[in-house]
Design a binder for this molecule. Sequence first.
Ligand SMILES: [Zn+2]
Length: 382
Amino acid sequence: MYRKLTATRIFNGYQYLPEGSALLVDENGRIVDVLPETEAGNEVEFFEGTLSPGFINCHCHLELSHLKGKIEKNTGLIDFLGKIMVERNATDLEISTAIASAESEMLQNGILAVGDICNNVNTITQKTKQHLFYHNFIEVAGFPEEMANPRFEKILEVYHQFKTHFSKSSIVPHAPYSVSTALLQKIVDFEDNNLISIHNQETIEETILYQQKSGGFADFYSRFNISMDSFEPKGKSSLQDILPQFKINQPLILVHNVFTEEADVQYAKSFYGDLISNLYFCLCPNANLYISNRLPNVEMLFNNNCNFVIGTDSLASNDQLCIYNEINVLKKHFPFIPMENLLQWATINGARALQVDDIYGSFEKGKTPGVLLLGEGVMRIV
Ligand SMILES: [Zn+2]
């Protein structure tokens, strides 16, 4: 039994299809054909709005879902991180209930695949229900060099627990301001790491730390007696400092990029060369507005043809987990970006970034990408 679907417009993951196109979908949600409506026979269902493949959320922290509404807005990143440390403890029931409800919110909002940051095993039980596809980014931090070995050994245990259930897991660094060269080296060299993600240039304090070894993070580390002895600033931006430690054939998702400058992008382009498609810039505009009321220079990134994907970040820094909402916020602040591009970032680009474009991200024969109806809101129809 096939369903035949058409709408005011169909976006196929790459572009809008010619008017009068239709989708043939089988009972398992598999795309059987994309063809002119006139060739689809009768019983074609018409929808008012845009049909789109399901959304890909490239950056989330499902395990922080119980922090929804707990952290005040516009505190800046350093205070935000301090509050996360204080507030993240809760009962197992509070944590697991919040995880389940955040996941069902994502499903409801048309998200099919998620790149999810994990510092612990709290999300495993929910994820084994396989309601959504997850790439688990098992995250490690530790700024003093002497912490590299113990922290890596500890995170390996978490990683192995994920790996028993899910093949798609990797070990990733938290941020340039929170990993040492030694720890980053261990992560990059870890044999199973085919995909890495890192929080990048989320705050100007990261730049100040890397250029002058001072500012908010230096204060933060001295307040908590965390040694900075092993860190030597080279006067470069954090991105230009750390990027040479990565391998150009190892796909990397840079998350946030609020303080990324054109010189950083130029540097990244020359570092990756022909393999620049391995570098993704993940935008999480609602989280940036929540934490610091500031957005990345999307115009500059766009003019430099950066490979964009979109994330929601966690409910600690967002009122909802909804990629369509992120798209609409980007559209509002950067109206020059065509909707076609924004949808591409949320679908095929995200699927490529998470290495699931054989299943998700576009209406192509054989894929099961989900079918969303976009209008005022988002509704999943397949
Ligand atoms: Zn994050």
